[in-house]
Design a protein around this ligand. Structure first.
Ligand SMILES: NC(=O)C1=CN([C@@H]2O[C@H](COP(=O)(O)OP(=O)(O)OC[C@H]3O[C@@H](n4cnc5c(N)ncnc54)[C@H](OP(=O)(O)O)[C@@H]3O)[C@@H](O)[C@H]2O)[C@@H](O)CC1
Ligand SMILES: Nc1ncnc2c1ncn2[C@@H]1O[C@H](COP(=O)(O)OP(=O)(O)O)[C@@H](O)[C@H]1O
Ligand SMILES: [K+]
Length: 486
């Protein structure tokens, strides 16, 4: 059993692949072995979470997820605990594994009840796993709401009931648990939906048990990539070794966004940072950051540079985009640059041919910007973030950073998308996206491949938020940028 942390590197498998792996594993083992192993793992984790529990409520559903719950209840009873099982289903329609485990729970002397116990110290959610096909309703929805509103911990079996294990979406109106008291133990494979969209809030702390079947492999859907390798700077390097970044943005009244990206590029290790402002009346120097070389955006020659284009770009950035797309040696497109491209077919064609020509290009949309680029709704993007990121990457031949909880990084068809696990809602404050764009720019300027530059910067950006000192001032984008070298 392994605890998953932001530093864990592992493959993710969708439901279809998980089913294939389960079938192959089950065929190679004596009947019921997988469920017995799963139930034992649930019981062990339950005992670790609530070692002094008097009553453990085990809510079991109509399929094999419920079977894992029966099995866990049997194991807990054997160890002197008092599980109370509530079962939502028909015994006659249970799959064979679950039926066998129901019998084992009965034989172990587990208490069965029609309604949840009046008090419990731990709830085990074994209602639905990867077989969830529709929103929980009726008693199932009521039981979930009861678990989630209680102050006692909840242990989810395989996936939180109702969560789509492929996409991380919860049905509309589903009760929302409190993350601090939530644990999920998932079996055989790690599923992408646990790590993006609503998955992280729904699952809480995630544990993985391969049920002794690590040898069974299938094609992964995506991966979590963990901490990037840190590469120390060589002694003989100089500022030219780390490249030039030119930020293009800062239209009238929005200079701050460009300066934040510039600061992040500087602290992220770029050799030199120019900030090309679109506001002709902008101040000639930022006295708080004199290292940044402020220029009129229209005068910068980007041919040997990494451009970070769009931060605070407003409408004004549009006229520069044809030249930026044509000349920048490497490019990060953010915010208003993406909005301009979404509204202009010619710019879209130019972007995709730039990517086809192999010019390193990263786009960093948040879900609304991604929806504009894909000509769909935010709901469509958030409903399947992996697919949205993959579609954008394929359409524009670029590396895509689809931001938000569980940021997705997608590249070409041969590259497995990555879901990033560092970061938290401290980042939900204005300007942190500008900082990320600057950090990716710095990594590109060091001539890292575009996918690696994006992945490493996203991970570091999130890690800074995860390690923000509790006694420090609240996270602001400016302070985040200054820690981009951490
Ligand atoms: N076999 C093994 O050895 C192993 C199995 N494992 C475990 O099995 C789990 C997968 O089991 P599973 O395929 O039976 O699916 P599961 O998630 O239990 O649900 C299917 C049932 O729920 C029903 N249903 C769906 N939605 C519903 C709703 N909203 N409200 C009410 N009912 C709803 C659906 O009914 P239907 O849609 O057909 O009407 C069907 O009856 C997996 O997640 C893992 O925990 C692992 O431990 C590995 C070893
Ligand atoms: N709840 C969250 N969990 C993890 N990361 C988040 C969360 N909210 C925001 N972020 C991150 O913060 C950044 C916000 O970027 P963006 O939406 O472009 O904001 P802005 O335009 O204000 O800079 C992104 O990197 C995003 O992934
Ligand atoms: K479950």
């Amino acid at each position: 059993m392994q605890r998953i942390t932001p530093a864990t590197a592992a493959d993710l498998f969708d439901i279809a692949a998980t089913r294939r792996i389960e079938q192959a594993a089950a065929a190679a083992l004596p009947a019921h072995t997988l469920m017995q192993r799963a139930g034992l793992a649930v019981a062990r984790l339950a005992m670790a979470i609530a070692p002094h529990a008097r009553t453990i409520w085990v809510a079991c559903g109509p399929g094999n997820n419920g079977g894992d719950g029966f099995e866990a209840a049997a194991q807990l009873r054997h160890r002197g605990f008092f599980p109370v099982v509530t079962f939502l289903g028909e015994e006659g329609r249970l799959p064979p594994d679950a039926k066998a485990s129901l019998q084992r729970a009965r034989d172990a002397g587990v208490t069965f009840a029609a309604t949840p116990p009046s008090a419990h110290e731990l709830a085990i959610d074994a209602l639905l796993g990867i077989g969830s096909t529709r929103p929980p309703e009726g008693a199932m929805a009521q039981w979930l709401a009861r678990m989630h509103s209680s102050s006692q911990p909840v242990l989810c079996v395989d996936v939180p009931s109702g969560l789509d294990a492929d996409t991380g979406t919860l049905p509309q109106g589903a009760s929302h648990p409190r993350e601090s008291a939530l644990t999920c133990i998932t079996f055989l494979t790690l599923k992408p939906g646990l790590f993006t969209a609503q998955g992280r809030d729904a699952a809480g702390t995630i544990w993985f048990d391969d049920l002794g079947c690590g040898a069974f492999k299938d094609r992964p859907t995506a991966r979590i990539a963990g901490a990037p390798d840190s590469q120390p700077r060589s002694h003989a390097s100089h500022k030219g070794s780390y490249g030039d970044v030119a930020v293009i943005g800062g239209a009238s009244g929005m200079a701050g966004a460009a300066l934040l990206a510039g600061s992040a590029a500087l602290h992220g290790g770029a050799g030199r940072v120019f900030v090309g402002l679109l506001d002709p009346n902008a101040a000639p120097v930022d006295t708080a950051q004199p290292e940044l070389m402020l220029r009129d955006a229209r005068t910068l020659d980007l041919s040997g540079m990494t451009a970070v284009c769009g931060c605070g770009g407003g409408e004004a950035v549009r006229e520069l985009l044809p030249n930026v797309l044509y000349t920048a040696a490497a490019l990060v497109l953010d915010a208003d640059a993406l909005n301009a491209i979404a509204a202009d077919g010619a710019l879209q064609t130019q972007l995709s041919s730039r990517g086809r020509d192999g010019a390193p290009t990263v786009i960093t949309p948040h879900p609304l910007e991604a929806a504009r680029l894909l000509n769909c709704t935010v709901g469509d993007v958030q409903g399947d973030r992996l697919t949205a990121a993959r579609d954008l990457a394929a359409r524009f031949n670029v590396v895509v950073v689809l931001k938000g909880s569980g940021t997705v990084i997608a590249g070409g068809a041969d590259t497995l998308p990555v879901i990033n696990l560092s970061g938290n809602a401290r980042l939900a404050t204005a300007g942190t996206g500008d900082v990320l764009a600057g950090m990716i720019g710095a990594a590109l300027a060091m001539r890292k491949p575009a996918f690696d530059a994006a992945r490493e910067a996203v991970w570091l950006h999130g890690r800074i938020a995860d390690t923000w000192p509790a006694d420090a001032a609240p996270l602001t984008a400016g302070a985040l940028a200054r820690r981009a070298s951490d």
